[in-house]
Ligand binder design. Structure first.
Ligand code: ZN
Length: 308
């Protein structure tokens, strides 16, 4: 099987996970979790977002978290999601060094909500790129629903290409393909990953899978086979809306890390530490989590516990 030796996992639970929760941990608790992730070995962490605090109140303390985190170990990248240049300004003001923009690949969704095509949205990001460059802030872009959307079904590859080209044109070449609606399936993931890697060799890629229909793990495997090595995951599988039957969050970090550990693929992350953080956040938010490994434990620990 064609697999990478090393994979980078970005922990997105503090952003994608907590932004859907009703009970939000305090800023102190978030900071403790963030320190915990750094201690567990994560090199990339999505800390929060600079959206309007009225729109996403769960992320209103992102600025404060960046101000209070202080000096992070070398090689650790903390990123935040931004909607526009106001987001870049907030990043500048609080010391955030990496930001991420997002656009939906759904033409219909974009036209209906923003009255422009996805490519027009991305062209509008040029101001953000300029401002980020002037302030030494790294900038990346994400494409949500590049595989399929709830409104239009399968996303045509030409549409994804057009958005990638728009990103490259404004000077963003780190791009995340985000299956926010959890509709992607492995053969499609493999084909699209292979296609974009071959066609846009100047770009670097992230994959972001939600486990809404249970296919996220298989999608990660398919993406790795197509040469992808960077994945988002969320501790405890946080995300989506846990109170709505059928909704699901991001693929659980500990499930991914445990699987990669067993496959001999290096992540540099201590899964036991991640599991402890998941138990902690479960207490903080007051409900159980959607993570297999948290329920069943690591496979590695089975033999040890039997011989006791
Ligand atoms: Zn997501």
């Amino acid at each position: 099987m064609n697999l990478p030796e090393k994979v980078t996992i970005c922990e997105v639970g503090l952003r994608d996970g907590l932004q859907n929760e009703k009970v939000i941990p305090s800023t102190d608790d978030k900071l403790e979790l963030l320190h915990g992730f750094i201690d567990a070995g994560y090199k990339v962490i999505e800390v929060g977002s600079f959206m309007h605090p009225k729109k996403v109140p769960q992320m209103a303390d992102t600025d404060e978290i960046f101000k209070r985190i202080g000096q992070v170990p070398e090689g650790v990248e903390l990123r935040a999601l931004i909607p526009n240049t106001r987001g870049v300004q907030r990043a500048v003001d609080c010391g955030c060094k990496k930001v991420k923009l997002n656009v939906s690949a759904s033409r219909m969704h974009n036209l209906k909500n923003l009255n422009r095509t996805p490519e027009e949205s991305v062209a509008g990001f040029a101001d953000c790129v300029k401002m980020a460059n002037e302030n030494n802030i790294a900038i990346s872009g994400s494409i949500s629903m590049p595989f399929a959307s709830p409104w239009e079904g399968r996303t045509p590859v030409e549409d994804v290409d057009a958005i990638i080209e728009a990103y490259l044109k404004v000077g963003i070449n780190e791009i995340s393909l985000s299956d926010a609606s959890g509709q992607a399936v492995p053969n499609q993931v493999y084909e699209l990953c292979k296609h974009v890697r071959e066609k846009y060799s100047e770009a670097s890629w992230w994959l972001h899978f939600h486990n809404t229909r249970g296919a996220a793990m298989a999608n990660i495997l398919a993406a790795m086979q197509a040469g992808m090595t960077r994945f988002d995951a969320s501790f405890g599988g946080l995300g989506g809306c846990p109170f709505v039957p059928g909704a699901a969050g991001n693929i659980s970090s500990e499930d991914v890390i445990n699987m990669l550990d067993e496959m001999g693929i290096e992540t540099g992350i201590d899964v036991l530490k991640v599991m402890a953080l998941s138990r902690k956040v479960s207490e903080l938010i007051g409900h159980g989590l959607d993570s297999y490994v948290l329920r069943a434990g690591r496979s590695k620990d089975l033999i040890a516990s039997q011989s006791e």
